[in-house]
Design a protein around this ligand. Sequence first.
Ligand SMILES: *[C@@H]1O[C@H](CO)[C@@H](O)[C@H](O)[C@H]1NC(C)=O
Ligand SMILES: *[C@@H]1O[C@H](CO)[C@@H](O)[C@H](O)[C@H]1NC(C)=O
Ligand SMILES: *[C@@H]1O[C@H](CO)[C@@H](O)[C@H](O)[C@H]1NC(C)=O
Ligand SMILES: *[C@@H]1O[C@H](CO)[C@@H](O)[C@H](O)[C@H]1NC(C)=O
Ligand SMILES: *[C@@H]1O[C@H](CO)[C@@H](O)[C@H](O)[C@H]1NC(C)=O
Ligand SMILES: *[C@@H]1O[C@H](CO)[C@@H](O)[C@H](O)[C@H]1NC(C)=O
Ligand SMILES: *[C@@H]1O[C@H](CO)[C@@H](O)[C@H](O)[C@H]1NC(C)=O
Length: 350
Amino acid sequence: MRFPTRASLAALSASSLLTSALAANITIYQPNVAFVPTPLPAPGPASNFEAILEQFNLLGRTTVWNLVKKIKFEGDTGEPEGMVNIAEERYILGGGQWTNKTVSYGKNVIINGTDRTPGAGYAHLTVYDGQGMRIADATLTEPGAIEYHIGGIEYDGDKIWATIAQYRPNTTATIVSVDPTTLEDTNLIHYADHLGGIVHDTRKQELSTLNWGARNASVWDLKAKTTFQYPQFTQPKQVARNPFFSYDYQDCKYLGHSKIYFNHGVMMCSGVATYSNNVTVGGLAVVDIETMVPYSEVPLTMVSDLGTPITQNPFDVALVDGKMRLYFLPDQRNSTLYVYEAEQNSPYQY
Ligand SMILES: *[C@@H]1O[C@H](CO)[C@@H](O)[C@H](O)[C@H]1NC(C)=O
Ligand SMILES: *[C@@H]1O[C@H](CO)[C@@H](O)[C@H](O)[C@H]1NC(C)=O
Ligand SMILES: *[C@@H]1O[C@H](CO)[C@@H](O)[C@H](O)[C@H]1NC(C)=O
Ligand SMILES: *[C@@H]1O[C@H](CO)[C@@H](O)[C@H](O)[C@H]1NC(C)=O
Ligand SMILES: *[C@@H]1O[C@H](CO)[C@@H](O)[C@H](O)[C@H]1NC(C)=O
Ligand SMILES: *[C@@H]1O[C@H](CO)[C@@H](O)[C@H](O)[C@H]1NC(C)=O
Ligand SMILES: *[C@@H]1O[C@H](CO)[C@@H](O)[C@H](O)[C@H]1NC(C)=O
């Protein structure tokens, strides 16, 4: 039993409450197994970002990719949207379970700023062990909640960050932090737009969130936490238009402030798009967190055993034994983790 509910919280006066921790609705699959290792490991992408960027900038269209691990995840994974790898000991998925589909209002019909019915479902965070067996599943939303879609997720060595939004463009979203040791979530920021991907720039203490199709990034100053006043809506510190249209970013990870990018904070994002001629393009990009300018990019053409483009949904990156490793989980419901490394002796990349 979970108390207080999101609905009862919304009815509380916002002034009495800056943030609200919710008791988690959790199913345990492996009793007496910790959700995450303790002490909590450092986040893979940010701990080795200079080496990751150096290796990323040797990649090209002709890079040979070696599949170094393939792990089937137990059970129905729903629609995975975000993933964090915690030292290959745990994989945490943010995923959606749909109980009623959204339905288009019709071609070019916009009602209340959006183009489809709300649908219904639940946002889940599911913890898997290093072999892909489920440890626990937390349902982060209430039955009937209109915001039930979880987007990309981020791990900063302390918290997991997620967005839980209405499953339709130009609507509303909540930025939540989750304690990985208990899977309890806290509603931090309410925003009047859809949100998907999220990263935490730990150096600037800022969150950056991407809206529907990652068409723009909104930046949130965590140093101004007391002004958030959830469940009232908050305005971000700034919004930047994404100038990159070759594919839509799905899941991003904070890297760091690199000297090769003028000490700007950068993230790595994976994404995919299908064009009107049915050509699908996917890839990975290193992107400025605040301006959305892509600094470096590589297309990826791998597909899962079920034929899904590898960058379809969740992604993570880490340095393992000195080599950059990429983690992808493209398929819905019946999901396999694909872990790749670039062939180090690839010829000159073009
Ligand atoms: C817990 O989550 C499940 C969906 O995973 C839902 O069916 C159930 O109603 C939730 N329980 C509570 C008390 O919210
Ligand atoms: C499912 O969505 C449709 C609109 O597409 C709506 O008419 C219907 O009431 C919804 N059903 C439930 C159980 O929420
Ligand atoms: C549009 O918004 C109004 C006011 O909030 C609401 O009464 C109405 O039901 C909404 N329409 C739809 C189709 O959601
Ligand atoms: C987004 O919705 C708001 C109202 O909720 C509306 O004023 C605005 O025109 C919409 N934007 C787009 C791009 O449809
Ligand atoms: C961000 O995207 C929303 C559409 O969801 C749009 O209404 C808004 O104008 C965009 N802002 C900028 C600065 O591009
Ligand atoms: C794209 O695929 C759809 C469905 O498979 C098909 O109906 C459509 O004709 C295709 N369009 C083009 C331009 O090939
Ligand atoms: C699940 O996917 C695997 C390939 O990854 C496939 O061999 C298997 O038949 C699929 N199972 C179901 C029930 O679809």
